[in-house]
Design a protein around this ligand. Structure first.
Ligand code: ADP
Ligand code: MG
Length: 389
């Protein structure tokens, strides 16, 4: 089945006045979102993010303005046609508790009249896509899943009818930080494949930086304070409201924008469990470093060994040295990499491939150079601004 890629979304003067409120909750929002782009709405609680998002799929009826998708005015189209175009995922997954995982995922395809067979296939495909084993999860109920698993099912359900547009309202807001990090990584991976047009709402600026191709920083009544790339917002925030939202340490936050694949990954001397001790010594000497990385039988990083460790090990290097606790893959951010380097305290971190196999290392010096470059990039403008103030 061909996946449908994203489509443009244009909001024109979009406005919402709730009955009984003197001021509109969303006031005259105009923006263009490109096909295949991930745009993140970020702003303080109550500023109108959810209301704006829900007008796009008309869970909330606009009081004024227009919405176009792929150039076509969808402000007045019927709900069923709209569900076909727009998937929707929310916080706490929003799954129906009395339906199984499969029934939840099948919801929109059933509503728009897909055949039983096609729905069955699609449910399996979606479970695979979000990393859940269909055999295990198909018949479970939401309460039998962890928070992170529920969230994955929520995303599977939103994507089931293959809509070009995906709306996500704080979808990872209620899971623990580690799971949230994983789900964010998954979404980035999915999006690289699917190229949907995603509008993602969060109040967490770090999440916005990580996920957004562009970020719309919203102030009260959903008015756009700045709409630009994460790098541009971090480097030149439009005003005090945006700076306040970016928070302290803007330069360091840019560590989230650079990936391990963008910096210098280098080779490092390695040996494999079971290699003769003499060979390990030889490699240490010829490698010009004081540490060698020992790999397990599957080629995965296992231990860091120094010469002294080897002397003490008396022939069994597989229990000597320091175990590898942290590794990163090529898509990890520099921030992740720095964290990993500090965790293992060996001055470098091993970079692994899809199956956890060793592919190279990034060392502390490379990371610090990148940090230095980021800090340098901030410098030119700062003195001038201070003189004006
Ligand atoms: P956010 O998602 O940014 O936290 P919302 O879009 O939920 O903000 O809410 C924006 C504003 O609209 C808030 O002031 C909120 O109180 C108000 N609001 C939201 N839903 C309703 C409603 N159903 N009736 C009246 N006011 C509402
Ligand atoms: Mg909200």
């Amino acid at each position: 089945m061909p996946e449908s890629h994203g489509t443009t979304i244009e909001l024109e003067g979009l406005t919402k006045r709730y009955p009984g409120s003197s001021l509109p909750s969303v006031d005259n929002v105009t923006m263009e979102i490109k096909a295949g782009e991930t745009v993140v709405f970020v702003g303080p609680s109550g500023c109108g993010k959810s209301t704006t998002l829900k007008m796009i799929n008309r869970l909330i009826e606009p009081s004024g303005g227009r919405i176009r998708m792929g150039g076509e005015d969808v402000t007045g189209i019927d709900a069923v046609t709209l569900r076909r175009k727009v998937g929707y995922a929310i916080q706490s997954s929003g799954l129906f508790p009395h339906m199984t995982v499969a029934q939840n995922i099948a919801l929109v395809p059933r509503m728009i009249g897909w055949s039983r067979a096609r729905i069955g296939e699609r449910v399996e495909e979606m479970l695979h896509l979000v990393g859940l084993d269909p055999g295990e999860f198909h018949g479970r109920y939401p309460r039998q899943l962890s928070g992170g698993q529920q969230q994955r099912v929520g995303v599977a359900r939103a994507l089931a009818a293959d809509p070009p547009v995906l709306l996500m309202d704080e979808p990872f807001g209620s899971v623990d930080p580690v799971t949230r990090d994983h789900l964010q990584d998954e979404l980035i991976r999915l999006q690289r494949e699917l190229r949907k047009t995603i509008v993602f709402v969060t109040h967490d600026f770090d999440e916005a930086i990580k996920l957004g191709d562009r970020i719309a920083v919203l102030r009260e009544r959903s008015r756009i304070a700045q709409f630009d790339t994460p790098a541009a917002i971090l480097t030149s925030p439009a005003d005090d409201f945006v700076s306040g939202f970016v928070g302290a340490g803007a330069a360091l936050k840019r560590l989230n924008l650079t990936r391990v694949r963008d910096v210098g990954i280098t080779g490092h001397p390695t040996a494999t469990v079971g290699d003769p001790l003499q060979l390990i010594f030889d490699r240490l000497r010829s490698g010009g470093t004081n540490e060698i990385l020992l790999l397990d039988e599957q080629g995965r990083p296992s231990r860091w060994l120094r010469r002294g460790d080897l002397m003490r090990a008396k022939g069994s290097p597989d229990r000597a040295g320091t175990p590898v606790h942290a590794t990163v893959n090529r898509d990890a951010t520099l921030r992740d990499a720095l964290e990993a380097v500090l965790t293992d305290d060996t001055g470098r971190v091993a970079v692994t491939g899809r199956r956890g196999e060793y592919t190279g290392v990034v060392d502390m010096e490379t990371l610090l150079n990148s940090v230095h470059e980021l800090l340098e990039a901030d410098r030119p403008e700062a003195p001038a601004e201070r003189e004006e103030a």
